[in-house]
Every structure is written in structure tokens, then in C-alpha cells.
Design a protein around this ligand. Structure first.
Ligand code: PLP
Length: 421
């Protein structure tokens, strides 16, 4: 017996979250998603949407990439999880591959199931390795919502209901090296940064910043953790965003696209020095499902596709095409779009006001293109399509964005919505 559309709506409101249901209904997305392929999502009412959100950075390889699906199916026929008491071959292969593909001296990997868990592991390993408590991250950063990573996610709306959070978490403006230098002291274990702030509103690290942070942290004996959960695996036009600036961290976190859009997985990769105390006490941090063979198989196939299909290169060329198209549209609709920015296919449209971004998103949904705002700054609409999306579809998206901008402008005129600065 299949569940009816009305039952799904009712059960969402009664048993999942009525507030979330209302938000989706406002956007016209109170409809069940039933199938996805490549860059297309089909809903139960027969509509097809172009996915330009990419699951917040999960679908770099598109939905159900055949090689990744085949790898997971093959693994499912052999062994799904792990006994936890024998050597897990897929985990060993994945750790080996990550050591080879990630920059610098990153060598050891802890595997978990999500981004926030990867950050939790990074924070704990930094404390374990240094014996110090202090973590400094950037204003507007987003590192996850469990209590440790939330302590480094500097957004009041997310933190306030859960105070007090963990101690010794400092905040500096993103891009301000002098402020960071001033805040580092003898209690600082690590500096935690995203190379491109995603949920903060798509802010690319200013040139020289990450190299400066690397030099500063090395000089002061502080670890550098780069959170590549959203920027990694090709999204910005390099396999890892830090490679744009030739900077290698002591610890890197990955998740989202690492599972190839097929399995959830997170990873924390560190140098031998970071791992030293963890090797002596390997059970101080663990996860029952972390490193399960299905998720590791998906990640291994994803890393193959990353290299074989030159996914980062695709993000670079298609990103340049989309950015140029968006800049042209911004020039035509200056009362709606006040800035266009980003790198690779991690792009943001800053709207004249947060309300206008909501309006624009609803218009995009009408055009059957899925987009969303960035979590910490709702005035920015992010575009993070699958990196395998053909250029012809990117051009089609630009046509639909123009239609959505027309719709947005009409409503703005109708209601006298003046742009706010
Ligand atoms: N770190 C970054 C940079 C992210 O963008 C996110 C999620 O958006 C996270 C951490 C948290 O990942 P998850 O939602 O899988 O816990």
C-alpha cells in the first residue's frame, strides 16, 4: 500500500516538524520527492526540477552516479557494515586514498557519518594532540550543529537557545589576520576555518589570508583545521579549496560529496603528529557506524570519478560560465541583486534584502529550479548545482533565473519593496 500525498503532508506536520513543513509549503515544496537522476529531481505530482542546490554540496557527482551506485550495490552483496573486530578493507583503502589525494602531510583518517561529527573529531583530536583547550573560528562560520561544532558556528540564532556552549571558543572576523594574531594565546589548540565560507554567505578567503594563517599558526605552535565539508571534492574548481592558495592544514574535515551523493560519510584527516596520542589511546574517540563498508565503497568510487571525470576542472569551466551569466543578470536587475560572488560552482547571489531572497527562491521554485539561501545569511541565495551538469542545462538555468528575477521585480514593484542597504 503506497502512502498518499495527503498522508505524507499530515505525517510531516504531526510527526516530523510542523515548522519545517510550513517553511516548505511557503516555497511551494510541500510535495514528495520520488526520484532523482543527474541534476534532475522528480516530485510525486509529476514535475521535474533542476537541482541547483545540490543538497547543500552533496551532489557534486549528480544524483545516483552509475559508478558510485554500482560500487555500493556490489559491496552490499558482500558485507554491508563492519564487525568492528576485524580489519575493514574498505576503510583501509579509503584512508590510504585520502592520504594520497589530500594536500601536504595529511596521513591518517577517522571516518564518521556526517559533517558535524567530522568537526567534533577534529576539535577533540586538536585538544588531544596539543593538550590545550582553545579553538578559534571565524565570525559567520558554519561547522555544524552538535554542541562542539556549534560552539565554533558563530551564529546567534543557532547558539542562543543552547547556551552555555563549550568554553574556550574564540571568534575573529573572517579574513582579518591581525585579529587572529591578537587572539591566539598559550591556551590555543587550533584555528578552524572554511576556505570559502558557505553558510556565511559564500565568502571566498581573501588572497593571502590562508597562507598568512598557515604561517602564523605554524609560528605559534597552533594547529590549523580546514573545514572542507562543503568546499571539498571538486566544488570550487580544485579537489580541495585550500589548493587554490597552496595551503595544507594539520587537520582537514570532509563530508557531503565524499559519499558521492549515495551514502552519508564524514572524514577527519590529520598528520602523523596530530594522530600521535590518538594511536596510543585509539578508543578515546569512535563511532559504531563510522567507516562502514557501504559508505567507504561509495567514497572510494567517488574519488575515482573525481579523478577520472576531472570533476574539479568541470567545476572551474562551468563555474566561470555561470558566474559570467549571473553577473550579466545582476547588471540588468540591480534593484534585486546587489552582489554576485563565489568560486567554481559554489556561487552566491546577494539579494537586496532577506525578504527578497525568499521571494526570488519561491519564483525559482515556480520555474522548477531548486535553490536555497545560505543558513547564516539568508539574504544570499546559493547556487551549488551538480558539477556534472551540462553547460546547456546551466544556460537553461540562467534563462529561468531571468524569469524568476522578472517575477521578483514585479512583486517588489507591486508591494513597494524598496531595497535595504
Ligand atoms: N561544515 C561545513 C563547512 C558545512 O557546510 C556543514 C553543513 O552545511 C557542516 C560542517 C555540517 O555538516 P552536517 O550537516 O553533515 O553535519
Amino acid at each position: 500500500m503506497s502512502t498518499s500525498a495527503d498522508e505524507i503532508k499530515l505525517w510531516y506536520q504531526r510527526h516530523v516538524n510542523s515548522g519545517m513543513f510550513a517553511a516548505l509549503a511557503f516555497l511551494g515544496m510541500d510535495v514528495a520527492e520520488v526520484e532523482a537522476e543527474g541534476w534532475m529531481i522528480r516530485t510525486a505530482d509529476g514535475r521535474e526540477f533542476i537541482d541547483c542546490l545540490g543538497g547543500f554540496g552533496v551532489y557534486n557527482f549528480g544524483h545516483r552516479h552509475p559508478r558510485i551506485v554500482a560500487a555500493v550495490k556490489a559491496q552490499l552483496d558482500r558485507m554491508a557494515m563492519s564487525s568492528r573486530l576485524a580489519l575493514n578493507p574498505r576503510l583501509a583503502e579509503l584512508a590510504h586514498r585520502l592520504a594520497a589525494i589530500t594536500p601536504g602531510e595529511l596521513q591518517y583518517t577517522f571516518v564518521c557519518n556526517s559533517g558535524t561529527e567530522a568537526v567534533e573529531a577534529a576539535l577533540k583530536l586538536a585538544r588531544l594532540a596539543t593538550g590545550k583547550p582553545g579553538i578559534i573560528s571565524a565570525r559567520n562560520a558554519f561547522h555544524g550543529k552538535t554542541l562542539g561544532s556549534l560552539s565554533s558556528t558563530h551564529r546567534e540564532a543557532f547558539q542562543k537557545p543552547f547556551l552555555p556552549l563549550m568554553q574556550h571558543f574564540g571568534e575573529v572576523p573572517f579574513g582579518d589576520l591581525a585579529a587572529l594574531e591578537a587572539l591566539i594565546d598559550d591556551s590555543t589548540a587550533a584555528v578552524l576555518l572554511e576556505p570559502v565560507q558557505g553558510e556565511g554567505g559564500i565568502h571566498v578567503a581573501p588572497d593571502g589570508y590562508l597562507a598568512g594563517v598557515r604561517e602564523l599558526t605554524r609560528d605559534r605552535g597552533v594547529l590549523l583545521i580546514l573545514d572542507e565539508i562543503q568546499t571539498g571534492i571538486g566544488r570550487t574548481g580544485a579537489n580541495f579549496a585550500c589548493e587554490h592558495w597552496d595551503v595544507a592544514p594539520d587537520i582537514m574535515t570532509l563530508a557531503k560529496a565524499l559519499g558521492g551523493g549515495v551514502m552519508p560519510i564524514g572524514a577527519t584527516i590529520g598528520t602523523a603528529a596530530v594522530w600521535e596520542h590518538f594511536q596510543e589511546a585509539p578508543t578515546v574517540h569512535s563511532s559504531t557506524f563510522g567507516g562502514n563498508q557501504l559508505a567507504c565503497s561509495a567514497a572510494l568510487a567517488a574519488l575515482d570519478v573525481l579523478v577520472d571525470e576531472k570533476i574539479a576542472g568541470q567545476a572551474q569551466t562551468k563555474g566561470a560560465r555561470m558566474l559570467a551569466g549571473l553577473r550579466a543578470l545582476a547588471a540588468e536587475y540591480p534593484e534585486v541583486i546587489v552582489d554576485v560572488r563565489g568560486i567554481g560552482l559554489m556561487l552566491g547571489l546577494e539579494m537586496a534584502a532577506p525578504d527578497i531572497s525568499q521571494l526570488f527562491i519561491a519564483n525559482m521554485i515556480e520555474q522548477q529550479v531548486i535553490v536555497a539561501y545560505t543558513l547564516n545569511f539568508t539574504g544570499v541565495v546559493r547556487l551549488e548545482p551538480p558539477l556534472v551538469m551540462p553547460e546547456s542545462v546551466i544556460d537553461e538555468v540562467l534563462v529561468r533565473i531571468r524569469a524568476a528575477l522578472d517575477g521578483t521585480r514585479q512583486v517588489m514593484e507591486q508591494f513597494g519593496l524598496a531595497p535595504q542597504n
